[in-house]
Write a protein that binds this ligand. Structure first.
Ligand code: GDP
Ligand code: MG
Length: 348
């Protein structure tokens, strides 16, 4: 089976004499597989009242000279996406399957393959626990590996893998199911054997992940700031328009009040005022010519018109006939006209 090691193998002595090192491990699998129970059993905790995991649990284990942090990640469909965000910082993984629930093997196959081929997981050791062996119909290593197409996946991505059958409820601590304990020891040994290399890889991956997350955070903040600024500008515009509308309305109301019931004094236009000073090119034909004619062409005839205030009716002299007519009709000044009606029949 290449990288995939199956079956019982005692490896407890290999971790003896190792200096304390810090390692990170994740436990994943679908909901109800027994993940939390497995970790509690390995850690020697009570197995009573294990509740479904909401989000994730963190366990700090001290095992020989190792300081182990275990992330127990929830298996619910809604939170499986968080698994991959832990791949960068972990050194190895425990995948737990409820071996008695065969109808979910296809789902497990997909999840397992996605995990193995993740760039941050390739080459990292995997412990596959086929849990709930106490239940009828539980799959053994051979059948499970076949259904999961495990050999292909682990060989392709060069991930060391060990499969163990177990029952997490069997006991806790020293009394926990031996295959489970042995499988866990195998995982620690794999990590220990390549610790320096793995630590460098994890450090680099975590640094890169943090840089990417910081960049994404900055971009997100920039987007939020730009959105806020756009909203503030829109609000300011709206306020300005409201203020202009209010001012216009106030002016309209004010003007209406101002002009209501008031008779304003007449104010001539500036150019008409100028006409009085004889500086405007505009000439009122009536005032400049008619009055002169009416005054008999006398000099200073315009004086009377130009001294008139605009809007005043000029005081016209009495009409006298033109001199030519006066010569022909010398008595015209005293002319009196008598009209008489002659019947039409008298002409004819
Ligand atoms: N019969 C049996 N039940 C188990 C075993 N391991 C866990 N359980 C039970 O399965 C249920 C789910 O366990 P839990 O650890 O919460 O699963 P998780 O959702 O994967 O964390 C609990 O009721 C456990 O008591 C086992 O080996 N055999
Ligand atoms: Mg759980």
């Amino acid at each position: 089976m290449g990288n995939c090691v199956s079956g019982f193998k005692r490896q407890t002595s290999s971790t003896v004499g190792i200096k304390q090192r810090e390692i990170f491990i994740a436990v994943v699998g679908v909901d109800d597989a027994g993940k939390t129970t497995v970790i509690k059993a390995l850690n020697g905790d009570s197995l009573d009242g294990v509740l479904p995991t909401v989000g994730f649990n963190r366990f700090d284990l001290k095992f020989k000279k190792l300081k182990i942090t275990v992330y127990d990640l929830g298996g619910d469909v809604r939170i499986r996406d968080i698994w991959s965000s832990y791949y960068a910082e972990i050194f190895g993984i425990i995948y737990v399957i409820n071996a008695a629930e065969q109808r979910r093997m296809t789902e497990n196959k997909t999840l397992l393959l996605n995990m193995i081929k993740d760039v941050n997981m390739q080459g990292k050791p995997i412990l596959l626990l086929l849990n709930k062996q106490d239940k009828p119909g539980a799959l053994d290593e051979v059948d499970a590996a076949e259904q999961l197409d495990l050999s292909n996946a682990v060989n392709r991505y060069k991930s060391p893998c060990r499969v163990e059958t177990c029952s997490a409820l069997k006991g806790t601590g020293k009394d926990c199911d031996p295959p489970m304990r042995h499988g866990f020891n195998w995982l620690l040994e794999q990590i220990e054997n390549k610790y320096s290399e793995m630590e460098a890889r994890v450090t680099a991956a975590v640094t890169e992940l943090k840089a990417r997350q910081a960049k994404e955070r900055q971009e997100r903040m920039a987007r939020i700031r730009a959105k806020q600024e756009a909203e503030e500008a829109a609000e300011a515009n709206a306020e300005q328009e409201t203020s202009i509308d209010a001012t216009s309305a106030a002016l309209e109301n004010g003007s209406a009040k101002h002009f209501r019931n008031r008779v304003l004094p007449f104010e001539p236009l500036p150019q008409i005022k100028e006409e009085g000073n004889n500086t405007s090119p505009y000439r009122d034909p009536f005032l400049s010519t008619s009055s002169a004619q009416l005054n008999g062409g006398r000099k200073n005839s315009r004086t009377s018109s130009s001294s008139l205030g605009v809007g005043q009716v000029p005081h016209l002299p009495p009409i006298s006939p033109p001199q030519s007519l006066q010569r022909r009709l010398p008595s015209m000044n005293n002319l009196s006209v008598t009209a008489s009606v002659v019947p039409i029949s008298a002409h004819s």
